[in-house]
Design a protein around this ligand. Structure first.
Ligand SMILES: Cc1cc2nc3c(=O)[nH]c(=O)nc-3n(C[C@H](O)[C@H](O)[C@H](O)COP(=O)(O)O)c2cc1C
Length: 330
């Protein structure tokens, strides 16, 4: 049984990766339904929280049914991160996660996210301060290092454990790689197999099929796998991986009707949670995957991704659902 303190996560947990504008409550509801064992919010700026910025505050919304859930923060200033930790603690998440992996320039240029990988002593001081500030378990999400010459994740993980971090998720790329090339899990395996490490180590990067999940689980010995992009518009990935791990067989993938139902539920929750304009806009990146592999779907997909009229979008989705027999998978 993999545990983060007293949070039981099952034998081999599958985690939903924190993803800005993706891993929000509407999407998390679907991932939970389809088997995600631990989920994280989108990253939240510590500076935003302190300023009480509406967007940052809203990202802390969590619901009972989605537990266990972690709130992820990022920042460059240790004092601000401590203050943000106190604010987050009041919303009662199960876990606080620190982002030391975001490669986006506007984040790293100030030294936050993956920017912290250029100053490991500060990264450790910041983590130490956060662990001391809260009674909640603290986890970290990070990358292999800043660049090819500074892949310090093995030693950094030891230091993180020493200051009290209770699990680490590692994306097998450097900051400089961004999302290019293949994720390299070799060092993730080294962290996991380091005899000094006692806390759960979750591997992350490029897992997009049940076969790959099993292969990487066996090859690198990680305690669980975190899935990001493959879940976008395809929350079924979690239960498909689980089923394959348990039986060696594939679950049938969802049919057209089930996909449309999920997309409608997702859209409705998004609009309710974010308002119509943003709710509709942020759904667009999901449609491609929701309807991937359906023959002659281009015309409908185009309408879904270009329309900002809720009524029209729902009409298209209803039409597809009512005429499901007309659509076939290639
Ligand atoms: C749209 C998008 C937003 C992301 N936002 C975050 C974030 O807020 N916090 C974070 O730690 N990582 C973020 N990531 C990185 C993912 O959590 C994950 O590490 C990365 O996508 C690699 O995993 P994957 O290959 O399974 O997608 C984001 C990735 C994507 C594609």
């Amino acid at each position: 049984m993999v545990k983060i303190r007293d949070i039981e996560l099952g034998e081999f947990p599958l985690l939903l990766a924190p993803m800005e504008d993706v891993s929000d409550p509407p999407f998390r509801a679907l991932c939970k339904k389809h088997g995600a064992d631990l989920m994280y919010t989108e990253f939240i700026s510590s500076e935003g929280l302190i300023r009480d910025a509406a967007k940052s505050v809203q990202k802390m919304d969590i619901y009972e049914y989605e537990r266990p859930v972690g709130i992820q923060i990022f920042g460059y200033d240790i004092e601000s991160m401590r203050e943000a930790t106190r604010i987050i603690e009041k919303t009662n998440p199960d876990i606080i996660d620190i982002n030391f992996g975001c490669p986006v320039k506007k984040v790293t240029c100030k030294g936050a996210g993956a920017g912290m990988l250029q100053d490991i002593p500060k990264l450790i001081r910041m983590t130490d301060a956060i662990v001391k500030e809260t009674n909640l378990p603290v986890t970290v999400k990070t990358r292999l290092g800043w660049d090819n010459e500074s892949k310090f994740v093995v030693s950094t993980s030891e230091k993180l454990q020493d200051v009290g971090v209770e699990a680490i998720s590692i994306h097998g790329r450097t900051r400089v790689q961004l999302y290019k090339g293949d994720a390299d899990w070799t060092l993730i395996g080294e962290v996991k197999n380091n005899p000094r490490m006692r806390i759960p180590i979750f591997g992350n990067g490029d897992i997009d099929t049940p076969e790959k999940a099993v292969e990487y689980k066996n090859r690198y010995g990680v305690d669980g796998i975190m899935i990001g992009r493959a879940s976008i518009g395809y929350p079924w990935i979690f239960k498909e991986v689980k089923h394959y791990m348990a039986t060696g067989e594939h679950l049938p993938s969802p049919g057209v009707k089930e996909r449309v139902e999920a997309a409608i539920q997702h859209l409705e929750m998004s609009v309710k949670w974010k308002g119509e304009t943003l709710g509709i806009a942020e759904m667009k990146r999901h449609y491609t995957n929701y309807f991937k592999g359906i023959a002659h779907f281009k015309e409908y997909r185009m309408k879904l991704v270009t329309s900002f009229d809720l009524k029209e979008i729902k009409e298209i989705l209803d039409f597809v659902s009512e005429n499901e027999n007309q659509f076939e998978f290639v």
